[in-house]
Write a protein that binds this ligand. Structure first.
Ligand code: SAH
Ligand code: MG
Length: 215
């Protein structure tokens, strides 16, 4: 099958202008992150819009995000939460968490978000379910572990989203350990009947999977 990548240049510009509009709070968050030396490795605006639509469809009571950074993706999700919905976001770097806290206050979503600072390998165990949506976007070597956690914590019908699931195109011929891990994550999604999965071909690859009834 022949394929052309037209999702670039002015095509992305049009999508961002029409369907992924950043407001001042989100743009200001990126500026503050830059000033504080926080790396600008947040999701793209069009990914944020996808997260927002998934949240609006699912109407989750509890979202768990792994990898807060400066709070960009969490803000997109939190804004789509239903009235009683909450988001817990896990971040290893206290400086990132500090910048994220300001992002949530300025975006008007601080009341529905809790940041847990520490290595997710430890802090995930403190999260009490049931969880409706898990967004995986932290250290790539741990993707298989995060998936295993999501498998046991998500309610049936719950959803996993995972950013960087194509590892910048390296997924086709994995050499780095991190690429092997992301590939193992995708293979697990494919092999385990507990998941119904697909790839949303964003710039970074956004995997999406529903937790089925299978045990
Ligand atoms: N979801 C964010 C981007 C996250 S970048 C957004 O799109 O806006 C990845 C983040 O994960 C970084 O802030 C990094 O400090 C954090 N991180 C990396 N390893 C981690 C771990 N083991 N536990 C918790 N956070 C981790
Ligand atoms: Mg990412």
């Amino acid at each position: 099958m022949k394929s052309i990548n037209y999702f670039q240049g002015e095509v992305i510009d049009i999508v961002r202008r029409l369907l992924a509009v950043e407001d001042d709070a989100l743009a200001d968050a990126r500026r503050r992150a830059k000033e504080s030396g926080v790396p600008l490795i947040e999701i793209a605006p069009e990914d944020g819009a996808i997260l927002g639509v998934v949240v609006a469809l699912l109407r989750p009571r509890l979202i768990v995000e792994i990898g807060t950074l400066f709070g960009y993706s969490a803000t997109w999700m939190a804004r789509s939460l239903p009235p009683q919905g909450r988001l817990i976001t896990l971040e290893a770097n206290p400086e990132h968490a500090r910048v994220a806290r300001t992002t949530f206050e300025r975006a008007g979503v601080a009341d529905r978000i809790e940041i847990i600072v520490g290595d997710a390998a430890k802090t995930l165990a403190t999260v009490v379910g049931p969880v409706d949506l898990v967004f995986i976007d932290a250290d790539k070597p741990a993707y298989p572990d995060y998936l295993a956690w999501a498998r046991k914590t998500l309610r049936p019908g719950g959803v996993v989203l995972a950013d960087n699931s194509l590892d910048k195109g390296r997924i086709g011929s994995p050499e780095l350990p991190r690429t092997h891990a992301v590939r193992a994550f995708l293979e697990e999604l494919a092999a385990d009947p507990a998941w119904q999965a697909a790839m949303i071909p964003t710039l970074e690859g956004l995997a999406i999977a529903v937790r089925t009834e299978a045990r």
